[in-house]
Design a protein around this ligand. Sequence first.
Ligand SMILES: Nc1ncnc2c1ncn2[C@@H]1O[C@H](COP(=O)(O)OP(=O)(O)OP(=O)(O)O)[C@@H](O)[C@H]1O
Ligand SMILES: [Mg+2]
Length: 277
Amino acid sequence: MSAIEEAANSAAAVSGGASKIEIELDQVEKIFQTDEGDVHAVAKTDINVRQREFVVLLGPSGCGKTTILRMVSGLLKPTSGNVRVAGHELWHGDTRDREAVQEMGIVFQEANLFPWLSIEKNIALPLKLRKQSKAKRLKKAHELCELVGITGFEKRWPRELSGGMRQRAAIARALSYDPEILLMDEPFGALDAMTRDQMNIELQRIWETSGCTIIFVTHSIPEAVFLADRIILLSPRPGRIHSVTNVTFKRSRDMAIQTEPEFQEIVRDLRRQLESM
Ligand SMILES: Nc1ncnc2c1ncn2[C@@H]1O[C@H](COP(=O)(O)OP(=O)(O)OP(=O)(O)O)[C@@H](O)[C@H]1O
Ligand SMILES: [Mg+2]
């Protein structure tokens, strides 16, 4: 663990935050082999995320944010280092640990709903794959539509929903099997500013209600400061931790905090850091 990580972790312990580590990246590194040679995407990095923590990864384009998220999710195997999720090693040789992977739900920039399935069937699909009964699946889909605020749209097709609503459905689908961990890669990047603000409020509420741990990737500094307990700023490729910022505004936060001097100071500081990279 780096000194900066250690400081952040002990600070949280002092502040009484849940101290159990949920996700642990231990000297995790990724080098892609391509026809043009090796691409060093992520340098040896340590990241610890505690249970119920909301961690945001911020950094310049191409610095390895998506790569880190894919390594946490088990979609991608690190070149070296270890990933542990809820106490399980994620990889045993070339085999993924089933239990660790089942702890995680993923939401990408595009909702990626299946166009030939209704909203409720999209949301319930992970449960079907887990062989739950139809009645149970639909009940859960209904509850989740309520949670994410799209009640009444259960029978609609994805194309009939707005971008923000499709993204809500994608979040509902990721939550369908009660994952301990939600991994989100610029989930609101394609939305207009107002819808995005609204989704940030909703996501905070969903996170508080569901009690899951979130790693959230964004390019937006205000979005990061609004959502995060902790912001990990990554350096340009190969990505490594540039700085860690604890954000201690009390919850539930509303958009009005964006006008507070302290909020603006954190935004300015992060912008300065990004610009000086
Ligand atoms: N499958 C791959 N094969 C080769 N290189 C890759 C692969 N995936 C990512 N890379 C490279 O690794 C680096 C990190 O990519 P990554 O997608 O993780 O960046 P990012 O921080 O998510 O960027 P953005 O903010 O633009 O989404 C980039 O240089 C990218 O070109
Ligand atoms: Mg990315």
